[in-house]
Design a protein around this ligand. Sequence first.
Ligand code: ATP
Length: 363
Amino acid sequence: MAHVVLENLVKTYGAFTAVNNVSLKVEDGEFVALVGPSGCGKTTTLNLVAGLIPVTSGEIAIGDQIVNDIDPKDRNIAMVFQNYALYPQKSVYKNLAFPLQMRKLPRDEIDRKVREAARVLDMTHLLERKPRELSGGQQQRVALGRALVRDPAVFLMDEPLSNLDAKLRVQMRSEIKRFHQDLKATIIYVTHDQLEAVTMADKMAVMNGGFLQQYDSPAQVFAHPVNMFVASFIGSPAMSLIPLEASTVNGQTVLTGAEGWTMALSPLNARKVQRSTTRKIVLGARHSTIKLAKSASPDAIPAKAYTVEPTGDVTFVQVSLSGAVVNISVPPNVAIAPDEQIWLEFDQDRIHLFDGATELALK
Ligand code: ATP
């Protein structure tokens, strides 16, 4: 396997910049997810690594070789797409063997590699079937197998699970994760599904508008999002972002909501606000860090329940607060009605504070 380095990668289409100065290193054997909303430049980045489109500027290295001017077929990569791209007339065996025949490998070596891939992916019993005789998940496994027999330095996967139904997607998610663990493969994996990225990847590259927003482990990205975009994109339900006004009252730093309530900040959070130049602060809180208070108290913030969504295990309540919609979760036995007056407590150790103007996390 090999590492992959992108340095100041740019791709423009006329005046439009699809990939804007992206730099990152995928370590040898690492699983990296490129994640972000539709149109953020994930697929373009992957296609640049694959060599399917030429770079505008910047450098791509696979292993120790700069590959900008190297043909896709000579980059030692294998791609897996969402539409599988299997040959419908060929058996699974022949689908797997075909790329090796093209490389003119001896017949017994082809047979060995095909059977080994089939064993790894648990599809030996499917080798004689045609693609139309396979389920979606099995077809996706053949597509993975076809990438595997090529023994590439890097696997590039573009939304490989998006054609599968929800249940199968979860199952294939763990199969691909297993595939990565067993083979210690270097994988770059494009998905718009943050949950897929969080659950599978060693690192995630969160993109928006062609820019790389944050590149780190899912746990770090979840716990320390660098800006409001990343904060709201990663996690479900999304982190609530509440615009507030900072001020000093009797020597204490407080945040004031549009309804006039105030929240005193812990010393650590107060220092973050004091260090910033803006008074427009956005408070970020995940549903799990907001507690329902029993009644009015100095620390509790009054709010009105807006919608109530029981999901079985947990009930999500949406609350309007300071012009924002805030997601909270309560146990299923807690009865809250729409429009009911409730009180919220924010866990000061787990809230996030952002500069309302730059949208960057306060440090
Ligand atoms: P999705 O999840 O919808 O596939 P993506 O993040 O993979 O989105 P890209 O396919 O990388 O997005 O596209 C990034 C941007 O570049 C989009 O705005 C797209 O319209 C634009 N783009 C892609 N290919 C071209 C092209 N050949 N000509 C002009 N613009 C393009």
